[in-house]
Design a protein around this ligand. Structure first.
Ligand SMILES: Cc1cc2nc3c(=O)[nH]c(=O)nc-3n(C[C@H](O)[C@H](O)[C@H](O)COP(=O)(O)OP(=O)(O)OC[C@H]3O[C@@H](n4cnc5c(N)ncnc54)[C@H](O)[C@@H]3O)c2cc1C
Ligand code: FES
Ligand code: FES
Length: 511
């Protein structure tokens, strides 16, 4: 089986590469095929950010969407038709140009440094020592520059910390790098010429392509085509953002003979709002999903930015998290608490919907047939009396996998729990609903005595295993404590310091 030529834009010019295997990573293409060794490989599994590059694609509203992603776990073919920037491109791209300002007229702009403000700020703030992490930081800063500074937003310390949580530095320390993130907005501005770039991307899309049916990398543009290919090639590896699949390739050296990429199917990329529901396409990125969910449930803000780091959320999808079905995945406890339905589809039988928790049959096993795909996830909008809290307990605050995740969604009216909906992760072989605890709360007065009783039920409801993340005893204890925390927070005033507050205090000590 062959692949189509891989085409993308770099420095404003089309790049076309033939015979790129379906499981070749973007980092391999950059370093080994194109000799662009400025982009580094650290961990090779999405954890350190040394390999970060930025992708640009039309956002559907006449602008570009910029995403910093980990090239080490991103499949190369997934960037077909996009613009790509590495740290080596910023000062070389003719489409990145100085912007005339009121204090800096256009005819003086040639006096600006050739470095992009993301690079210049790192120099001025001494944000680099050995330099290994620097190309990755610069690209995360470039993504932040395009998404925030160019849109007139200022960058707070907290924002910089969140956007850089997927990049690790072992020598410089984070203070100078965070300084650089804030400093870049003060430097003479530069902008991507989006009109030119969008035109070039349109031209690239017009290149005649071979039919996809028997290729080794297939990325259908509609749900109907996707399901037809799924039926014809049930053995093909289904891939969305590849943040789970990528490490199977880069670390476990698994070979993928044929890949079915779900991220180009328009229906799977959409979020549809109705007065009652939010329907999220399976291939919507976690960044977009959390932006929408946080707009609806502001209490999710901390939980949202603690799901991996930004480059992983920019590639990873909600459907990938749900379909992967890890018992320590973070979105499933949330979706269970939100009483989400998952919609599966096949060409032969059409669509069927089921509660998310009914998807799983065992450790990373689910009810999906070989010709089926997960196409969307539907959550109901909340009643005004519902209180939602999502707690993630992990060893590291940023960019870590949960030891325990508990999400509580309680409808409390007239001092009584009208309805309780509770999702838990890290306590069983699959993500689970805490049905017994829900029953212990429902219809009861919202009092400390009820909570104490429900804590005992919750601690007995599951038999979590002990592993490198936590012991079973710890997990059980934490479950109960999180319910108590929810109670304290619902009472106002008596709540313990949030993890974010503790972290901020700790960071100030370290810095
Ligand atoms: C550094 C790092 C940190 C991470 N941190 C977290 C974290 O904090 N919390 C967390 O929950 N996860 C975390 N993950 C895991 C991962 O990012 C998520 O599970 C992500 O949502 C996977 O989505 P994806 O689109 O990348 O899936 P992929 O890797 O593309 O696919 C995952 C699985 O789902 C299947 N699949 C994908 N889409 C569909 C579909 N539409 N229909 C049927 N099957 C499908 C694939 O065949 C595959 O088996 C982390 C990963 C990395 C690398
Ligand atoms: S090399 Fe570490 S995230 Fe890619
Ligand atoms: S400067 Fe050495 S790892 Fe960051």
């Amino acid at each position: 089986m062959t692949t189509r030529p891989l085409q993308f834009l770099r420095r404003g010019q089309p790049v076309a590469l033939g015979n790129v295997p379906p499981d070749r990573t973007l980092l391999e293409v950059l370093r080994e095929d194109l000799g662009c060794t400025g982009t580094k490989e650290g961990c090779g599994e999405g954890d350190c950010g040394a390999c970060t590059v930025v992708l640009g694609e039309p956002d559907g509203h006449g602008k570009l969407r910029y995403s910093a992603v980990n090239s080490c776990i991103r499949l190369a073919h997934s960037i077909d038709g996009m613009a790509l920037w590495t740290a080596e491109d910023l000062a070389e791209d003719p489409l990145i140009q100085p912007v005339a300002t009121s204090t800096q007229p256009a005819d003086q702009t040639t006096h600006h440094s050739a470095l992009h403000p993301a690079q210049e700020a790192m120099v001025q703030c001494h944000g680099s020592q050995c330099g290994f992490c620097t190309p990755g930081f610069v690209m995360s800063l470039f993504g932040m520059y395009q998404n925030r500074v160019c849109k007139g937003q200022s960058i707070s310390r907290a924002q910089a910390q969140q956007d850089l949580s997927g990049n690790l530095c072992r020598c410089t320390g984070y203070r100078p790098i965070l300084d650089a993130a804030q400093q870049m907005a003060q430097l003479p501005p530069m902008a991507v010429n989006e009109a030119d770039l969008l035109q070039k991307l349109e031209l690239l899309a017009l290149t005649p392509q071979a039919p996809e049916a028997n290729l080794a990398y297939i990325a259908p543009a509609t749900q109907a085509e996707l399901l037809a290919v799924r039926a014809a090639h049930p053995q093909a590896q289904v891939v969305a953002g590849a943040t789970d699949v990528g490490p199977w390739v880069s670390k476990q050296h698994r070979q993928l003979a044929q890949v079915l990429d779900v991220t180009r199917a328009a229906e799977l990329r959409r979020i549809d709002d109705t007065p009652e529901h939010i329907a999220i396409g399976a291939a919507v990125t976690l960044t977009e999903v959390f932006a929408r969910l946080t707009a609806q449930w502001p209490s999710l803000a901390e939980f949202a930015h603690r799901f991996a780091g930004l480059p992983v959320r920019n590639s990873g999808t909600l459907g990938g998290n749900v379909a992967n079905g890890s018992p320590i995945g973070d979105s499933m406890p949330l979706l269970i608490a939100l009483r989400a339905q998952v919609v599966l589809a096949s060409q032969a039988r059409g669509e069927r919907a089921l509660p998310l928790e009914a998807l799983y049959t065992g450790y990373r096993q689910n009810v999906m047939a070989p010709d089926e795909l997960l196409v969307r996830i539907v959550v109901s909008k909340p009643a005004s009396s519902e209180q939602l809290k999502a707690y993630k307990i992990s060893k590291r605050f940023d960019d870590d996998i949960s030891a325990v995740c508990l999400v509580l969604n309680l409808d409390i009216a007239d001092g009584t729990v009208q309805r309780a909906s509770i999702g838990a992760g890290g306590v069983a072989a699959t993500p689970v609903r805490a049905q017994q605890t829900e029953a212990a709360l429902q219809g009861q007065p919202w009092t400390e005595a009820t909570v104490q009783q429900a804590m005992r039920v919750l601690q007995a409801e599951f038999s979590p295993i002990s592993d490198m993340r936590a012991s079973g005893d710890y997990r059980r204890t934490v479950l109960g404590n999180l319910l108590q925390r929810f109670w304290l927070e619902s009472q106002g005033g008596g709540a313990p310091a949030s993890i974010a507050q503790l972290q901020a205090t700790h960071l100030e000590d370290v810095l």
